[in-house]
Design a protein around this ligand. Structure first.
Ligand SMILES: *Cc1c(COP(=O)(O)O)cnc(C)c1O
Length: 392
């Protein structure tokens, strides 16, 4: 079949040509005398994408899940009480990990389609006068439901309660794509991964740690077993520009170029681009009869991924299979209880309005093929009008 395939899952995302070319290099000596300067430059520049001045960003050879684990094992102890909320497959998995690692999870169950329940958090923090809660967790962008939460408001809830708990944020599908301010929001541990907004293959887990998180880590060195993801080992070697184990050098060469691209664009411009692109998708969904966003209102709708309920009687699995089989377009599946009921369009990373119109065309055709009664072209027309007239 001629032409290219189209990837519109919310990760891995499309890798820019210049990043791909930068990774097509021979193996190199990760202990070479000049490799340290290269790594130091990466460690300095990646902090700018997290909006972090002090503290550190760790680069682990892992996926984002490894950075989740590192954040917990390096700063908490088994039996610690933590405040978490569950409203989609990713927040669900983070809760599961916390429980496996022995944390005592104070869990807020939230309807899928909404996000972090800031008022419930505030009430629990205010009631916790003897500071039993050691950490508060927020999934900034729930990739399964296309829901973004207000992390700044979680920080305000902590401050209003004068509560010293650490603030953990899963920013895997947020950091590098939508507004994220690690310093300004007082985030202590921020998790990201290479294959989403950073426009790289999977294989690097990024973890931002505030000075407060690093100080707690240094003072509780034996509280929870930690080995591969131990901050101390990473800090000792990173300070010289090297790693405690073999780093994936090609991915690091790619990261150099993706950071150059991102910082060249500027974070504010990247955030605005994601809002602009997402709005076209939302217009299309609104124009598809019987379809609606899983997000329960515009205040929850994510700028990096849209999860879309199919019309009554239309199986989302047929839409996804049809888009892939007939139109060579990968759409994201409905995860967990959204299986069959929703599909997802990833709109983060390296993409533009015309690429997204391709995805919307494929989704629209696949929806009709699967039985949706949509006026042909309705969704795509709504998106075109937005992309043509709105300020990019
Ligand atoms: C993708 C994703 C993860 C998991 O990251 P992996 O790199 O697959 O380990 C965690 N949280 C969110 C919100 C994600 O989107």
């Amino acid at each position: 079949m001629h032409g290219t395939s189209h990837l519109f899952i919310p990760g891995p995302t499309n890798v820019p040509e210049e990043v791909r070319r930068a990774m097509n290099v021979p193996m190199e000596d990760m202990r070479a005398p000049d490799f340290g300067d290269f790594v130091t430059g990466l460690l300095t520049d990646i902090k700018k994408t997290f909006r972090l001045k002090n503290g550190r960003v760790f680069i682990f050879p892992s996926s984002g899940t490894g950075a989740w684990e590192s954040a917990i094992t390096n700063t908490l102890a088994a039996g610690d009480r933590v405040l978490m909320s569950r409203f989609g497959q990713f927040s669900l998995l983070w809760v599961e990990m916390a429980e496996r690692l022995g944390l005592e999870v104070d869990l807020c169950e939230v309807e899928w389609g909404k996000g972090v329940p800031v008022e419930d958090y505030a009430a629990k923090l205010n009631a916790d006068t003897d500071h039993q809660i050691k950490a508060v967790f927020a999934t900034h962008n729930e990739t399964a439901t296309g829901v973004s939460s207000d992390v700044a408001a979680v920080r305000r809830a902590l401050d209003d309660a004068n509560h010293p708990a650490l603030l953990f944020v899963d920013g895997v599908s947020a950091i590098g794509s939508i507004e994220f301010e690690m310093d300004k929001w007082g985030v202590d541990l921020a998790v990201a991964g290479s294959q989403k907004g950073f426009m790289l293959p999977a294989g690097l887990g990024f973890l931002g740690a505030s000075d407060k998180a690093l100080a707690i880590n240094a003072s509780n060195s034996e509280k929870m077993p930690r080995a591969y993801f131990n901050f101390a080992d990473m800090i000792a070697l990173n300070d010289t520009g090297y790693f405690p184990y073999t780093p994936p050098t090609q991915l690091l060469r790619g990261l150099r170029v993706s950071l150059d691209l991102m910082l060249g664009d500027g974070m504010e411009a990247i955030w605005a681009r994601h809002t602009f692109l997402a709005e076209g998708v939302r217009r299309a969904v609104a124009a598809w009869d019987g379809c609606e966003l899983v997000a329960r209102g515009p205040e929850w709708a994510s700028d990096t991924v849209s999860a879309i309920y199919t019309p009554e009687g239309v199986d989302a699995r047929d839409v996804i299979a049809g888009a892939y089989g007939k139109y060579r377009t990968s759409l994201g599946s409905g995860l967990n209880k959204l299986a069959g009921r929703a599909f997802r369009i990833g709109h983060l990373g390296s993409l533009n309005s015309v690429m997204l119109c391709g995805a919307l065309s494929a989704a629209e055709m696949a929806l009709m093929d699967a039985g949706a009664r949509i006026t042909p072209g309705a969704g795509v027309a709504a998106a075109l009008e937005h992309y043509r007239t709105a300020k990019a």
